[in-house]
Design a protein around this ligand. Sequence first.
Ligand SMILES: C[S@@+](CC[C@H](N)C(=O)[O-])C[C@H]1O[C@@H](n2cnc3c(N)ncnc32)[C@H](O)[C@@H]1O
Length: 302
Amino acid sequence: MPLSDRNSPPSESSSAPSDESLIRNVSDTARLVAIDRAVESERPDALFRDPFARRLAGERGARIAKSKPLGGRTSGLGWPIVTRTYVIDRMIQAHIEYHGDAVINLAAGLDTRAYRMDLPASLQWIEVDLPEILAHKEEVLRGEKPVCSLERIRLDLSEVPARRELFARLGRQSRKALVITEGLVGYLTCDEVALLAQDLAAQPSFRSWILDMVSPKLLATLQKRMTSNFKQTAPFKFAPEQGPAFFARFGWTVVEANSLLRVAARLNRLPFYLVPISWLPDSHGTQPQRPWGGVCLFSRTI
Ligand SMILES: C[S@@+](CC[C@H](N)C(=O)[O-])C[C@H]1O[C@@H](n2cnc3c(N)ncnc32)[C@H](O)[C@@H]1O
């Protein structure tokens, strides 16, 4: 999991960097998506409310969003992030209803579900991310109370022995855990994702896994649209030809593959010029030559 500029200094203040140096490393993408959650939260008809998102994104997050790192007409990443958040919120609620006792949010970034969702106090919520972004998050959320039991772990998930040790401990301390890797696998190579899938499958109590992914066609489109700053600091890589079925040989069966475009259309969050595309039959990510981005829920095969 090579991360460009993983250890660059965390200075928030800066003398108005040019767009080309706004995104310093992959953790800055957490600020970018926090802005999308802030914008949604401020709508009168918000699909979710994250009262911390704007503060967490900070001034740097706002400037990154404004620079349109993926091109397009609006700032930030917009409707795909809003829709992804909404879909994953629903999946977490279902996990709780089915008596899940733990949620393991890998690459949690500036996500605040442990504060903003209606969760049982007994739920174990574990957040893992790189040290710099978690230090910033703790600073901003100091004095706020999570609704459930929250543990935050500063770890580089590319350190395989350390993450296996962590997964083994979390595996022992949970009975029915849901793993989330929201906005992570896109930055990894196929081999890195395969190894992660195996490491997660090695823990019998890790029952389900939520991740978002794109088809090769959408990956190519996004790569073309990315600013050079985004491309250099946080390049997109993962888009397997097989789609969600990629995970089957590592012990994970697809339960749901939700097209973000279709869900966004249903939620009235899709820009008008994309609505006709949402009327086409859903490929469920199985056709590499069709643009598709989705949130998938997997359950362990054994
Ligand atoms: C697009 S953000 C998503 C954050 C969060 N899941 C969300 O949706 O708001 C990507 C996150 O992956 C984290 N990340 C990337 N590589 C990582 C690694 N090797 N170890 C831990 N975290 C990593 C970054 O720090 C960043 O917070």
